[in-house]
Write a protein that binds this ligand. Sequence first.
Ligand SMILES: [Mg+2]
Length: 362
Amino acid sequence: MTETLPKIRALEVRCVEVPMARPLRTAVGSITAAPLVLIDVVTGEGITGRAYIFGYTTAVLAPIAHFLTNISEEIAGKTISPVERARDFDLRFRLLGHQGLVGMALSGLDMALWDALGKVHGVPVVQLLGGEAVSLPAYDSYGILDPVADRPVLEQSLARGFRGIKIKIGGGSLRRDVETVAAVRDILGPDIALMVDYNQSLSVPEAIRRIERLADYDLHWVEEPVPAEDVHGHAKIRDVSPIPIQSGENWWFPIGMAKAIEAGACDYVMPDLIKIGGITGWLRAMGVAETASIPVSSHLFIEASAHVLPVTANAHWLEYLNLADAILAEPLAVEDGRVTARGPGLGMDWNLEAVERYGFTG
Ligand SMILES: [Mg+2]
């Protein structure tokens, strides 16, 4: 085995807008196709590291891609070590700051570097991290739904073995929230974990009022009732909530998680790989969650999340939302409601014909 790591030759970056099997309606807007930036870290040794960034809107695809292309020249000739590159970027962008599109781009690049590193060693990333590719409990993640029209798809989720279902609520009246939750609980029966997500749409008093009325439906968690940055508002709600509070997908880097946990914002955390600093950031953030004994779920990025949850203390749920399926050579399989990491690296190859078909150049 070589002791010299491959060096980065270039970053190849492509933007796509890929159809989603289920459009995602939330209380603060809808997503009907997944805007993704695909990153290929090309090395001089025939290894290519891959990852994707979910941009939420096509408006940011070109800026993220352009930024990555710009730093491609700066990192050419450097090794694929994710930790060394994270150290460089921390210095390089300290004055500008890491949040927002820069943070997303660097997090995606970090994941692609880990993928390359796994491929160098011929193992899944989870093994590089000292873990094993164990099968993980996943919940099927829905947007706002209509319990009558969507009953067949919910039943399909149960037939696939999912033991947890998340739905989005809010964006309408409290009465509609209660009716939706009651109807979905009725479809699922008593033994399936049911989570709800307000997508940051409420005020603190309104969240307290609504959550109290949802207490009868054995909800597993209520996610982001108020804006994510309002960690003290989350803490106020948590103080009186009969249902555990979940948050984390909008915390930036491990420091963001540390501040939220210090404020007592939630009972559960669910960091997002693209906002927490990629796999390197996830590993650092996990120490904070572990010392606070908080269960950790993942947010999006199912392929990479399957590698980091097995090495996470108090791992909870993997959120199953298969945004990238249409451009992957082989989508990640669900078996009896569970998913398992695959390799080498993060185990993702592009379906190049689909990448071409869904290419976004706006
Ligand atoms: Mg959410």
